[in-house]
Design a protein around this ligand. Structure first.
Ligand SMILES: Cc1cc2nc3c(=O)[nH]c(=O)nc-3n(C[C@H](O)[C@H](O)[C@H](O)COP(=O)(O)O)c2cc1C
Length: 246
């Protein structure tokens, strides 16, 4: 499938994200920022907005894909099932539209809450339906070859919970190895942001759920400032790698 139209330069999360000046749009590289959270006032959406701003500051034009706001349907449909005998299959108009947005992007950044050690269903469904046979895989040179991707996952587990290392491993195996490598992306990394809940929680050795006291005032501010700084660090590392690759 070849791109037939330019993707929309839409930014719909409520905070303003500075637009790339018009005169730069012809040359600016495009970042597709994919957000998978139902609430625009969530911490996930907040981190997505900060990420978009950082990318804009680095000269990227942003295509913000808010999967919930756009009512993306994660359920696989007959029209979007692969036809193993036809890798040129035309998929549903919705999926073809998403494919065009991916094709137009130089980099992709997904921002999501970790659900059960995985990406949430709406993001998984986007991958299942859109990263499809003949487009994302099934060719010696998939259409996604050379693109770079960052996955930013917010998790409720406390920073020092032992499960965090396991979560990082599980997400990297699924997203970097299972998906991005298979689809020929030039780079994929997972930036895990634990401590996303007001009351950090962990399991003790006996399997008991321990809920910490809710953070308040300055401790709370410091906690979220550190989480934001970590997110920015992941984005900056990703951008630094971009410059080296170019
Ligand atoms: C269905 C569901 C599953 C979750 N699974 C996990 C999990 O496996 N590990 C974890 O650390 N947090 C888990 N959480 C907590 C979320 O990661 C956390 O609430 C979220 O990142 C907070 O960000 P938000 O305020 O933007 O929603 C889960 C939350 C929900 C609703």
């Amino acid at each position: 499938m070849e791109p037939t139209e330019q993707p929309r330069n839409r930014i719909t999360l409520e905070d303003s994200v500075p637009h790339t000046p018009l005169e730069d749009t012809a040359t600016a590289r495009t970042a597709l920022v994919v957000v998978a959270h139902p609430r625009p006032d969530s911490l996930t959406a907040h981190i997505a907005r900060r990420t978009a701003r950082r990318l804009t500051d680095a000269g990227y034009r942003i295509d913000l894909l808010d999967l919930n706001a756009e009512n993306f349907d994660p359920r696989m449909t007959d029209a979007d099932l692969p036809d193993w005998n036809n890798r040129e299959k035309t998929y549903s108009p919705e999926v073809e539209g998403h494919m065009r947005r991916i094709l137009a992007a130089d980099v992709i950044v997904a921002v999501f809450p970790v659900y059960w050690m995985q990406v949430p269903a709406i993001l998984k469904g986007w991958i299942d339906r859109v990263w499809n046979y003949g487009f994302a895989y099934g060719r010696s040179k998939p259409r996604l070859a050379g693109k770079r991707m960052l996955w930013l996952g917010l998790a409720g587990a406390a920073d020092d919970d032992e499960v965090v290392a396991l979560m990082q491993q599980a997400l990297s195996a699924q997203l970097d190895d299972g998906i991005a490598y298979y689809c020929g992306l030039a780079h994929s990394s997972v930036g895990l942001l634990p401590g996303a809940e007001e009351k950090p929680q962990r399991l003790d050795a006996a399997g008991n759920l321990l809920l910490d006291e809710a953070l308040t005032s300055t401790a709370r501010d410091a906690h979220y400032a550190a989480l934001e700084a970590r997110a920015t660090g992941f984005v900056d590392d990703f951008l630094a790698g971009d410059r080296v690759a170019a």
